[in-house]
Design a protein around this ligand. Structure first.
Ligand SMILES: Nc1nc2c(ncn2[C@@H]2O[C@H](COP(=O)(O)OP(=O)(O)OP(=O)(O)O)[C@@H](O)[C@H]2O)c(=O)[nH]1
Ligand SMILES: [Mg+2]
Length: 276
């Protein structure tokens, strides 16, 4: 019997940490100590292998070229022997930016939206700009200032909500509460955030609009924190401590209830239908 294919629509703009998470996840799956382990031969692992080589040298990997889109297929199994083929992509995050800015969903992305039962949105909180509003910039401060020639950009919160709405619309899911894909929000680079509360609280505090939207559309979205690397790495200078201990000893996940674990496969385990 062949394993069911479990494709996850991984959605993340450039620089959120898709490639580093993919590489660390692949390593953990191969090591086999976590909730999920590799159970067969993985295909198309080249983009992650390059990143793994950099991490082995204690360096951060390169940005993924914009046009790249590679689906890597990883046969995974859990402790009870349940199996699934996890389709894990790596791509240049500008593709997401282009979708938002052009308000067009390319055909390849349309197919991905239609064929995935779980969406995992990666957000790096430190990378999001918080726009001024009436509280941070009261109207009286605007008196006398000229608004001419000022470029008006939508806030990052509005862009993320727009993106989710576009995905829902493209999938014919707007208002279809019974056919909703599972939604996971992974707050990446958690080590940078220095936030004590739960990931849900962090999302609510930093991106309240996104948090409200997600909770109003999905009944039980999974909101977790992730630090794939556990500390910042430079693409040039080597972190010799990283090399000595080995990258597999770094990285952690913050579960929805705020507890920390070293199991980087936990968010995927929770997202895959097959295992729940
Ligand atoms: N501090 C910290 N930095 C991280 C972590 N994960 C990734 N980074 C850094 O974040 C940057 C972006 O990570 P990538 O994995 O390349 O991001 P990406 O989403 O693949 O970006 P594109 O390839 O441009 O789409 C890199 O400089 C990494 O070193 C983490 O867990 N903690
Ligand atoms: Mg990348």
């Amino acid at each position: 019997m062949t394993a069911p294919s479990s494709s996850i629509l991984l959605v993340g703009e450039s620089g959120v940490g898709k490639t580093h998470y993919g590489a660390q996840l692949l390593r953990r799956l191969m090591k086999g100590d976590d909730l999920l382990r590799m159970d067969g031969a993985a295909t198309n692992v080249e983009p992650f292998e390059t990143a793994l080589d950099s991490l082995n040298e204690g360096r951060a990997a390169e940005h993924t070229p914009t046009a790249t889109y590679v689906d890597s297929v990883w046969p995974v199994a859990d402790a009870k022997g349940r199996r699934a083929d996890l389709v894990w992509p790596d791509y240049g995050g500008e593709q997401i930016k282009t979708i938002i800015e052009s308000r067009r969903v390319p055909a390849a992305w349309q197919t991905r939206i239609n064929t995935t039962g779980a969406w995992l949105l990666l957000i790096r909180l430190q990378q999001t700009r918080i726009g001024d509003d009436i509280f941070s910039k009261p109207l009286r401060d605007l008196r006398g200032t000229s608004m001419k020639n000022q470029e008006v950009l939508p806030s990052d919160q509005a862009r993320l909500v727009e993106l989710l709405q576009m995905l829902l619309f493209a999938g014919g899911l707007s208002g279809q509460t019974n056919r909703m894909p599972r939604l996971g929000v992974l707050l990446t680079c958690w080590d940078e955030a220095a936030f004590d509360g739960t990931p849900e609280e962090a999302l609510g505090a930093r991106l309240p609009l996104v948090s409200s939207f997600v909770r109003s559309v999905w009944q039980s979205p999974l909101i977790m924190g992730l630090s794939a690397l556990e500390r910042p790495l430079s693409p040039t200078a080597r972190d010799m401590d990283y090399v000595a201990q080995g990258p597999e000893h770094f990285g952690y996940v913050i579960a929805s209830d705020g507890t920390r674990s070293n199991d980087l496969t936990a968010p995927i385990f929770a997202m895959l239908n097959t295992f729940t």
